[in-house]
Design a protein around this ligand. Structure first.
Ligand code: G3P
Ligand code: MG
Length: 252
């Protein structure tokens, strides 16, 4: 549990910069970089043919022109969908990104990343293993080391087996009483929690155990300041530029 020792960013663009551009798209990552963000978070799952894609929901309706389960389509079929039009006409033509092209763009933009393993039900181990192996193979030396996170312990366990050197964080809504046993069992460097569920003493206990605590999703500067003052290392935000105003001289 050495996560607290790293120099983490204070603000991480959530799903790119989700208020300013369609979430989990290349346009969103470009927007985050243009807003001055140093790190982004995005969600990765597998297509039917086992390709790693960047998409939040199990189903396609909310953020693409497709229908049904994402895991029911091959990569080539997913690539034909529009993943930007729902957000606004300026983003028409955005595609569901593949993980490889996303990593290449992050290198071009100089963006670090929290890569959330977001498996479809039943695909926890396959997703964790495949994504971790790909990240280990493709992650460029020019970027800060990435962080893998997940709500699914089985995905983190598979990621650990496939690429033990990549740091991991356990994602939770509410910090469970068993947090210490869980992060130790999975060899996690951090714990990421829903920000409204966090209390000062909980953050203190987690950081005292050497964990890097991140909070999602924080869009109010005042709340971010409170969380940082408690020892939260980083907040995920849909509007990272708004939070940057509260950072003074600290870069995001
Ligand atoms: O990784 C933090 C946050 O993204 C977790 O929740 O649903 O936005 O993926 P969600
Ligand atoms: Mg996420």
């Amino acid at each position: 549990m050495a996560g607290a020792a790293r120099d983490w960013p204070r603000v991480i663009g959530h799903r790119g910069a989700a208020q300013a551009a369609p979430e989990n798209t290349l346009a969103g990552f470009r927007k985050a970089a243009a807003l001055g963000v140093g790190w982004v978070e995005f969600d990765v799952r597998l297509s039917r043919d086992g390709q790693a894609i960047v998409l939040h929901d199990d189903t396609l309706e909310r953020t693409t022109t497709g229908r049904g389960e994402a895991a029911a389509l091959d990569f080539a079929e997913l690539r034909r969908l529009d993943a930007g039009a729902w957000f606004g006409p300026a983003f028409r033509g955005e595609r569901v990104p593949g993980l490889e092209e996303t990593i290449a763009l992050l290198a071009e933009l100089g963006l670090g990343a929290v890569i959330e393993l977001k498996p479809a039900p039943g695909a926890e181990a396959a997703t964790g293993g495949r994504v971790a192996a790909l990240v280990a193979e493709r992650w460029p030396d020019v970027l800060p080391a990435p962080l893998l996170s997940s709500f699914k312990p089985a995905a983190l366990a598979a990621a650990r087996s496939a690429a033990p050197a990549i740091e991991r964080a356990l994602l939770v809504e509410t910090v469970p009483p068993s947090w210490r046993a869980q992060v130790e069992a999975l060899g996690c460097a951090g714990l990421h929690a829903e920000q409204r569920q966090l209390e000062h003493d909980t953050v203190a206990a987690l950081t005292a155990a050497g964990l890097a605590v991140f909070a999602y999703t924080v869009n109010q500067p005042e709340r971010a300041r409170t969380l940082w003052s408690w020892g939260v290392a980083a907040v995920f935000s849909d509007c990272p530029d708004r939070l940057a105003a509260g950072l003074g001289a600290h870069p995001i």
